[in-house]
Design a binder for this molecule. Structure first.
Ligand code: ATP
Ligand code: MG
Length: 395
């Protein structure tokens, strides 16, 4: 008996004429993610991708865990592939679900017959299979409304498949279907979540991080790199850009009014991020800001930072409470890393009383008192890039 994974699409199914482009991308993403586990055959039919292992000994738990982190897939069924005759379904299908049936008290059978040539109709399959299950597991009773186990039998073109329920997929759109954007990734809780959320909408993200040694340590940088690896399980391969930011921060401290330090720093971060974005085909910036959370995230502060942006700036967590962001951070397993107490460059030289309602013209005037351009150009030139390949440490 062979096990197979049925990955069912979500939104792609609604895509009309473009559907096949999205499907091909999804299959490509799956191949990339499962490649090191062994050989698989991928078959597309009726908004489902059948992922069939071709090698012995492939760990199907691992396959399911990886598929469940692949954007574009709404649900997953881990199934037994069965011969397309009723005797075969009974002989191989019922033992396959032995564990679930042994522990349940109630069950029901649902049959889906997409091959209309199969000699039994769906209600008949349900009745006969239910009867055979009851014969083998006399402790069970049928409950069609709220069963402990729903045995689903699908009769398809070449085979029948049996499984006991559906696992939720990651949802969203296949990564790469919505272009590329640059995530400003700090070591905090919010920005990894922001990157995850945009990748879920099909954006292939790159990440940029600013470091200020010796004020920020190697461990702080390594923490961000670990966050990058973590989110790669969902986001795919990530180009990681690390910007040396010390000199710029020191100059802002020396040359600009203290209360505007943070806002000017953010404006320069945006400027650098968009230059590196243009060089690397990223067409938008992604930030982990939530309105009102801290002084630099008031409406007025956002107006001042966005004034330097020449490309769209996405802030997917802008309207979320911290607790809602934390919930996602826990789900994607970044929370424990994010709360490690290493300093970020944003906490270097933080003013005692940052201006919460900065006025754009005043900020521009303060920033123009010093020519930051050579330092910005130098920081861009000295930015290092490395690639984080998709990793599945937590599977
Ligand atoms: P986070 O939890 O993402 O750090 P935060 O609530 O701590 O966010 P800030 O420190 O004000 O907020 O940062 C706001 C946003 O600016 C971050 O979400 C991130 O997108 C970006 N950012 C901050 N520091 C850095 C950094 N050192 N490198 C790259 N981006 C940064
Ligand atoms: Mg932060």
């Amino acid at each position: 008996m062979k096990e197979i994974v049925l990955a069912k699409y979500g939104e792609i199914a609604l895509k009309g004429l473009n559907k096949s482009r999205f499907e091909s991308l999804l299959v490509k993403n799956l191949k990339r993610r499962l490649g090191d586990l062994g050989q698989f055959r991928y078959t597309r039919a009726q908004s489902i991708i059948y992922i069939e292992p071709l090698d012995d000994g492939i760990d199907m738990n691992d396959v399911v865990a990886r598929v469940s982190k692949t954007f574009g897939i709404a649900s997953i069924c881990r199934s037994a592939e069965l011969p397309k005759n009723f005797e075969g379904i009974v002989a191989e299908g019922i033992p396959y679900l032995d564990e679930q049936l042994s522990f349940a008290k109630t069950f029901k059978v649902t049959a889906r017959r997409s091959d209309k040539k199969f000699p039994m109709k769906s209600p008949e399959i349900c009745m006969e299979l239910g009867y055979e299950i009851l014969r083998r597991y006399p402790h069970l009773t049928v409950d069609v409304k709220n069963p402990d186990v729903e045995v689903i039998i699908e009769i398809r073109e070449t085979n029948a498949y049996i499984h006991a329920g559906t696992i939720a997929g990651a949802g969203g759109m296949p990564v790469g279907s919505s272009g590329q954007a640059m995530l400003l990734l700090s070591g905090g809780i919010d920005s990894p979540v922001a990157g995850y959320m945009m990748a879920k909408r099909g954006i292939h993200i790159s990440a940029i991080h600013y470091v200020s040694p010796p004020y920020t340590s190697d461990r702080a940088r390594m923490k961000v790199e670990r966050l990058c690896s973590k989110i790669s399980a969902y986001c795919g391969d990530i180009r990681f850009f690390c910007v040396p930011f010390t000199e710029i921060q020191e100059k802002i401290k020396d040359e600009c009014p203290e209360e505007l330090f943070t806002i000017i720093m953010r404006r320069i971060m945006m400027e650098i991020a968009q230059r590196i974005s243009v060089q690397n085909n990223c067409n938008a910036l992604i930030l982990g800001e939530s309105v009102g959370q801290v002084a630099s995230q008031t409406m007025e502060a956002i107006v001042c930072t966005d004034a330097v942006a020449k490309m769209p700036v996405f802030r997917p967590v802008i309207g979320m409470d911290k607790s809602e962001i934390v919930e996602i951070a826990r789900k994607i397993d970044t929370f424990d890393i994010s709360i490690e107490p290493y300093e970020d460059c944003c906490t270097v030289f933080t003013p005692k009383h940052p201006k919460t309602s900065p006025v754009l013209s005043e900020v521009e005037e303060a920033q123009s008192r010093f020519d930051f351009e050579p330092l910005i150009a130098e920081a861009v030139n000295n930015t290092e890039m490395r690639i984080f390949k998709t990793e599945f440490q937590s599977c």
